[in-house]
Design a protein around this ligand. Sequence first.
Ligand code: AMP
Length: 282
Amino acid sequence: MRDLKVVRRIADLRENVSQWRATGLSVGLVPTMGALHAGHVALVRQAKSDNQRVIATIFVNPTQFGPSEDLKAYPRDEAGDMAKLVDADCDLLFAPDVTEMYPQGFATSVGVSGLTEHLCGATRAGHFGGVATIVTKLLLQALPDRAYFGEKDFQQLQVIRRLARDLDIPVEIVGVPTMREADGLAMSSRNRYLSATDRQSASALPKVMRAAAARFASGEAVETVLAEAKAELLEAGFSKLDYLELCNEASLQPVERVTAGTRLFVAAYLGHTRLIDNWPVA
Ligand code: AMP
């Protein structure tokens, strides 16, 4: 096992990548906000199996948090993260500070219209603009062959695919299936906010999603299944739902009937903690 090299400056990131390129090595990039769990590790392992060198990035990006969101409280554990990255055979960690990424006078943003107004975009104003801007910067800073994103954040994955295509960024965007806890809950850095009771309630989320997906697939009426699934989540202890919707996975627009590429999307609160998930239907 090699040591994990850590760089905090864009120039040092570029220097490492150009040395690899000079010897013909392929490069995979795994952007994260840290507080790494097995879902992030799966992205790094996938990247390592597809590429000769892998860069993970840790940057808690302020521009993707709304004013009432958890930027200050977002979990940070760089030492623990590094140990996990070493274990996953990551080659380089890029962990810049905020001024490196947003120097004084920073004035540009990347917006992806159409895909960002619905689902999480409806309640998290500015979130996808922040994501699109930072991911564009990371892709252009590292210029990897491939970049890896989780299907857990499915809307984010589609937004990133679109921006890479629209801006002609020469990178392959790779989506990686969601890693789940034993009870099916999608792994998330935010799960650690859950109290023991809320953690128990959280296991209803994948169960309700899986059952609803099966009912849709068997032809039951969409409206009825959605209404019953919402009621089940509230009954299980969820305090509020931002959405539980059946959408086309390419357009992310709601659909009334199940056709190829239909996916169930949810965002629901347990106390102050907002959990998201999605489930293929057909
Ligand atoms: P985050 O640090 O939460 O911004 O996530 C960084 C990357 O890890 C994103 O591409 C996420 O979609 C991905 N990710 C987060 N949770 C999971 C999971 N449970 N399974 C697979 N990928 C995940």
